[in-house]
Design a protein around this ligand. Structure first.
Ligand code: F6R
Length: 610
């Protein structure tokens, strides 16, 4: 989704802003723009449809000693073209703004401004906002800060924004509601961005703006204020410990590939400090643990890949702790009649911590008095702040649009949570808990999986022209099938569906012919024999069979057109192993089909609109 970066300090703005925009490219965008206000009060704006490199080559004078704002736009209102790209200016061309989010009541505001003879250039809701600020500033004789506040108090919807005004050559104003914004501080330099990726290179001192807060930077000083009232608020500065390596591809061509390979380390990081030989430590839940343990019902809510992790979480929590769990898409949960009260625990899972639907679901759960638990990867994000308690997945910044390492981190956390709950409720024994928590060997098995990558690449080459795939698994591996299918769809644009393996008979089998491959996920567990029957049903209809298994049985060799054998493991580790195989398969399919793996078309990393 849209990205913002802004800089105020003594250095040339352009390189800082352009490099910042490149850091934000992972979020997905279709146009980019930059506005710089020089100390001689000259405002230069450049915008381009397409990539940041096109914007960069369009800038003629790459020198600015003042301050600047820049943006990558992911179109919502108005087509992705140069006119609709940000920054936008008001009619007087004094005020310039970049904006993430959606102004929901932009139509009545636009009507009002049109009645006041304001002329619009673009189709965007953002221009309506900057024109409204301009209207208050020019007509209402308000100072800059007051005009911003007056406009923001009249808009509904979400915003993260940064604004400059030619009449205030030493002032930068930023504000947020619903759309994240962070401020980076370094001596007398200020960095503002929609996430920390453009800032981390410059400083680790971060201030996360909260909803309805604004920051007014004036000269070398700054104040955090409320959007609603002119009152100063505390400056909660944090030192963050993200590694700059997270933003470099290293020896890999794509972030997604790097992130798939990182999973041995990221899973170890997720588990670190949380396991004693006979106890699970989840300090983030301590304050609410009694309520969580006593709860008679758990809801898990999330979107996309995080929702798939939720499905696995449900099966683990129900199996180990006998607590009923319901899993709902956050976009449905927020509107459905859900049975939640103060006895219910609602777990929200989100890699980014900023997904609009998930945040709305959390709000609903909070309103109903439920205990809300966040499982999230980004410290300081909205999910972390809006939930009562939570657990960070700690897998480092995920840059590739297709989520990989965050998924395995989420299921690792859900595994720990299920075990902790079960042990507390007495539904598993100490000996069993101990066995489950012994995971050193698991990491070695995950590492050894990467020896299979050449084979997986070869299988991908073989099926590169297939247009449809079925992914089939049972139990814990049904969500793995869904996730495998989603990965293939989103980065290679090949149609794929995930189903419970036996469900395939109830409709999808009609699709099977010699051109349609089915990917079966086959652990050696209690459903093994049944899945073999399902495979036979497809085989007898001439469907192509790819099997991911931890069994070396002859029958699988006979049935499979392609067989990928992962290390022998229990069913819980198998979920990780099979997932990583499917991630690698999707990755190689996308590369072979020459797709832009890290920035697939139409997709955004962080979906901050409903
Ligand atoms: C798929 C993917 C998305 C996200 C979904 C939720 O690879 O990344 O399906 O999982 O948009 O995002 P988060 O987890 O940030 O709430």
């Amino acid at each position: 989704m849209c990205g913002i970066v802004a800089y105020k300090g003594h250095k040339n703005c352009y390189p800082i802003l352009l490099n910042g925009l490149k850091r934000l490219e992972y979020r997905g965008y279709d146009s980019a723009g930059i506005a710089c206000l020089n100390s001689d009060n000259k405002l230069s704006i450049t915008k381009r449809r397409g990539k940041v490199r096109e914007l960069e080559s369009a800038i003629t004078n790459i020198d600015c000693d003042g301050m600047g704002i820049a943006h990558t736009r992911w179109a919502t209102h108005g087509r992705p073209n140069q006119i609709n790209a940000h920054p936008h200016t008001d009619q007087s061309k004094k005020i310039v703004l970049v904006h993430n989010g959606i102004i929901e009541n932009y139509i009545p505001i636009k009507k009002f401004l049109l009645s006041k003879k304001v002329k619009f250039k673009s189709d965007t809701d953002t221009e309506v906002l900057v024109q409204l600020i301009g209207y208050f500033y020019n007509k209402g004789k308000m100072n800059f800060e007051k005009a911003v506040r007056a406009a923001l108090q009249r808009v509904d919807g979400a915003y993260g924004l940064v604004i400059l005004n030619k009449d205030y050559p030493d002032m930068m104003i930023a504000a947020r509601k619903g759309s994240p914004l962070v401020l980076g501080l370094k001596d007398s330099e200020f960095f503002i961005a929609s996430d920390i990726s453009p800032i981390i290179k410059h400083t680790q001192q971060i201030l996360y703006l909260k909803d309805s807060e604004m920051v007014v930077i004036d000269g070398k000083d700054y104040n955090v204020k409320s959007v609603n009232k002119d009152i100063a608020l505390p400056k909660n500065i944090e030192m963050i410990d993200y590694k700059i390596d997270d933003y470099d591809k290293g020896k890999f061509k794509y972030f997604m590939h790097k992130e798939i390979h990182e999973q041995v380390d990221t899973i170890a990081n997720t588990m670190r400090g949380r396991i004693r030989p006979d106890a699970v430590l989840l300090h983030g839940l301590s304050e609410y643990w009694d309520e969580i343990e006593a709860s008679d019902r758990i809801y898990i809510t999330a979107c996309g890949t995080s929702w798939h992790a939720g499905l696995i979480g449900k099966l683990l929590i129900e199996k180990f702790s006998d607590t009923p769990v319901f899993v709902e898409y956050a976009s449905e949960f927020r509107y459905n009649h859900t049975l939640i009260d103060s006895q219910t625990v609602v777990i929200a899972i989100s890699q980014s911590g900023e997904t609009a639907d998930t945040l709305a679901a959390i709000k609903k759960a909070n309103d109903y008095g439920a205990v809300t638990v966040g499982i999230c990867n980004v410290p300081g994000s909205s999910v972390g702040r809006e939930t009562d308690c939570g657990i960070y997945t700690r897998c480092g910044h995920e840059v590739g649009v297709a989520s990989t390492k965050a998924f395995t981190a989420q299921i690792s956390i859900l595994y720990l949570l299920a075990l902790k709950l079960a042990y507390a409720k007495g539904t598993i024994s100490r000996a069993s808990l101990k066995r489950h928590l012994d995971y050193d060997d698991s990491l070695k098995k995950i590492q050894s999986l990467f020896h299979q990558e050449k084979l997986i690449q070869k299988v991908a080459r073989k099926y590169k022209n297939a247009t449809d795939f079925l992914y089939l698994g049972r139990g814990l591996n049904f969500p793995v099938a869904l996730e495998g299918a989603l990965k293939l769809k989103e980065i290679s644009y090949i149609h794929a569906e995930g189903y419970p393996a036996a469900e395939m008979k109830h409709g999808p089998i009609a699709l099977i012919d010699k051109n349609m491959p089915s990917v079966f996920i086959v652990p050696k567990d209690k459903t093994y024999e049944k899945i073999i029957s399902n495979i036979q049903e497809i085989k007898s209809r001439k469907g192509k069979i790819i099997i991911v298994t931890n069994s070396r049985d002859k029958i699988l060799k006979e049935l499979a057109n392609d067989l990928i054998i992962v290390p022998r493991s229990n069913i819980y580790l198998f979920v990780h192993l099979a997932t990583i195989v499917l991630q690698l398969f999707a990755y190689h399919m996308a590369v072979i089909n020459k797709r832009n793996v890290d920035q697939p078309r139409n997709l955004a990393k962080s979906v901050t609109v409903e």
